[in-house]
Design a protein around this ligand. Structure first.
Ligand SMILES: C[S@@+](CC[C@H](N)C(=O)[O-])C[C@H]1O[C@@H](n2cnc3c(N)ncnc32)[C@H](O)[C@@H]1O
Length: 238
């Protein structure tokens, strides 16, 4: 998300607005022909809908495998690369930005991956449909940082979110976060270190070195070129 969009986001501190707080703003954005075509061809194959109700990954993929859930995959480059590199695992993506979903499907089609499904919905709604103890890894890479203090409540990493993820993670499953915004990294650490039922894989208050299996996205590359740092955090369900 651009800073411009964030600055224009509504900031309403009235308590009645807190309940429906969103971690995103829907961005206008036209679909490219490629994204539109991929949505038409691949949505019936790879799309998951809220109306389907609760899902069981074993049924969705027709096998009992290591399941990765990625929240907010953007244009999907990194998720498709991961799915391609690990055909023995299964991947579920969640993204609200329609051009991003089209882009993911386009890339997935080109790569010929079959171990990937996606929702085009708010992750908060999707998480309600994921069974307890069913996911091995939850990935949250470069979530919208909501830089301004008055917008911090829109950050998706909060205690309640962490506990929802704990519910869907298998015992020993990992919640993996990455961000290039130091203040958000510190916020993630503060929230996660006090959560019951998690341990920091790197050790108390420590960050992880960037794991090899997390491909660099365009977004991250751009940040690196501008001299930004990147922080990886991994918390295991205990
Ligand atoms: C800053 S972008 C990062 C995208 C990608 N992970 C990357 O590293 O390039 C954050 C993405 O999260 C998505 N997002 C934010 N909140 C979401 C939510 N509650 N459910 C699904 N997607 C969400 C946004 O639409 C956006 O595409």
């Amino acid at each position: 998300m651009s800073e411009h969009e964030e600055n224009n986001a509504p900031a309403n501190d009235k308590p009645e607005y807190r309940r429906g707080i969103k971690s995103f703003v829907i961005r206008a954005g036209r679909l490219t022909k490629g994204q539109e075509g991929a949505l038409e061809r691949q949505w019936p194959v790879m799309g998951l809908e809220l109306q389907q109700g609760p899902i069981n990954p074993v049924t969705v993929f027709g096998r009992d495998s290591h399941v990765v859930l990625e929240i907010g995959y953007g244009m999907g480059q990194s998720l498709v690369k991961m799915a391609e590199a690990a055909p023995e695992k299964d991947f579920i993506g969640v993204e609200v930005h329609l051009p991003g979903v089209g882009s993911l499907l386009n890339l997935a089609e080109d790569a010929g991956v079959t171990n990937l499904r996606t929702y085009k919905e708010d992750a908060i709604e999707v998480l309600k449909l994921i069974p307890d103890n069913s996911i091995d890894t939850v990935q949250l890479f470069f979530p919208d940082p909501w830089h301004k203090k008055k917008h911090h409540k829109r950050r998706i990493v909060q205690g309640e979110f962490a506990q929802t993820l704990r519910r869907i993670l298998k015992p020993g499953g990992v919640f993996h976060m990455a961000t290039d915004w130091e203040n958000y990294a510190e916020h993630m650490m503060e929230v996660m270190e006090v959560q019951d039922g998690y341990e920091n894989v790197a050790g108390k208050n420590e960050y992880m070195p960037r794991p090899e299996h997390r491909p660099l996205t365009k977004f991250e590359n751009r940040g690196k070129l501008r001299g930004h740092g990147v922080w990886d955090l991994m918390f295991r369900k205990v």
